[in-house]
Design a protein around this ligand. Structure first.
Ligand code: A2H
Length: 258
């Protein structure tokens, strides 16, 4: 952990269809029925949201359903994140929040959510990832396999071994990495290119993935150009704050720091 503050963008992924298990768990909370519920993912790369293919939760993590103080919306995040949000006036949960219930990460798997700006406009699925930390962000990670080596490696594992991971093939089939940013060295699929070049076999290859993540992040930030979306043709450095503002102004995101 560094001493600096990370300025995240929290992306609001509206629940379209609960998984069977989540549906059963949440039937006991009648207050949820009329409310919009969002899985909230913390990202440092808002400019990549055009290429979201899925969302990740940690199967061993516990999540709370928190009613926002300032809106009628409900957010699914870890207890720790909810507490942090309550201290941040910019967050919709700022000031106070009430906990309506809780749900395990395992139960969230297979839930269909809307990913704002994503080219997959019909919704994307919540999938398991080994390496979701309880101590960072909201415990929900939105997945951009074109630009994040961690996301690419995890999604590829799920596609190869859907039985082993207990997921249905239709939750991953057809959700391919989509181009969003290009760099002169790595083209428009930097994460798959690095995973190939560095012979990263799976999401368990932690050391190599850490190196790939560092390279992808720097390359994208300093040399990346937007290939799609509202700021197509602009550099990533230029577009990053603009996409963030766009998402926030549309009500699809909010600022969060920790
Ligand atoms: B990033 P930092 Cl395209 N556990 O978003 C594990 N990883 C988490 C997490 C958690 N609890 N919460 C957030 N993250 C991920 C996009 C992205 C991200 C791209 C490329 C790189 C990248 C799409 N996933 O992160 O330790 C989130 O994934 C690499 C730095 O605070 C978040 O941004 O620096 C990033 O890690 C925050 O990591």
């Amino acid at each position: 952990e560094g001493v600096g503050v990370q300025e995240y963008t929290c992306i609001k992924l509206e629940v379209l269809d609960w998984s069977d298990l989540a549906g059963q768990t949440l039937a006991a909370i009648p207050a949820l029925a009329e409310k919009k519920v969002f899985l909230v993912a913390a990202t440092l790369r808002p400019e990549t949201m055009y290429a979201q293919t899925n969302c990740f939760a940690g199967t061993k993590l516990e999540y709370g359903l928190f009613q926002s103080a300032n809106t009628d919306e409900v957010y699914v995040v870890t207890e720790r994140a909810a507490r942090n949000m309550a201290f941040q006036s910019l967050s919709p949960a700022g000031g106070q929040l009430s906990k309506l219930g809780s749900i395990s990460g395992q139960a969230l798997i297979g839930t269909k959510v809307n990913a704002p700006l994503s080219c997959y406009t019909g919704g994307v699925y919540v999938l398991p990832m080994d390496n979701v930390l309880a101590t960072k962000g909201t415990g929900i990670v939105t997945s951009v396999p074109s630009d994040s080596p961690d996301d690419y490696a995890a999604l590829r594992d799920l596609k190869k071994k859907s039985d082993y991971y207990g997921i249905q093939p239709e939750w991953v089939n057809g959700f391919e990495p989509a181009p969003v940013i290009s760099t002169s060295t790595y083209g428009e699929m930097i994460a798959p290119a690095l995973c190939e070049q560095m012979k990263i076999a799976s999401q368990k290859d932690r050391d190599q993935l850490a190196k790939a993540k560092e390279t992808a992040y720097k390359e994208g930030f300093y040399n990346g150009v937007m290939g799609v979306g509202d700021f197509k043709g602009q550099s990533v450095q230029e577009a990053k704050p603009k996409v963030r503002e766009l998402l926030i102004s549309q009500g699809d995101a909010f600022a969060y720091a920790e």
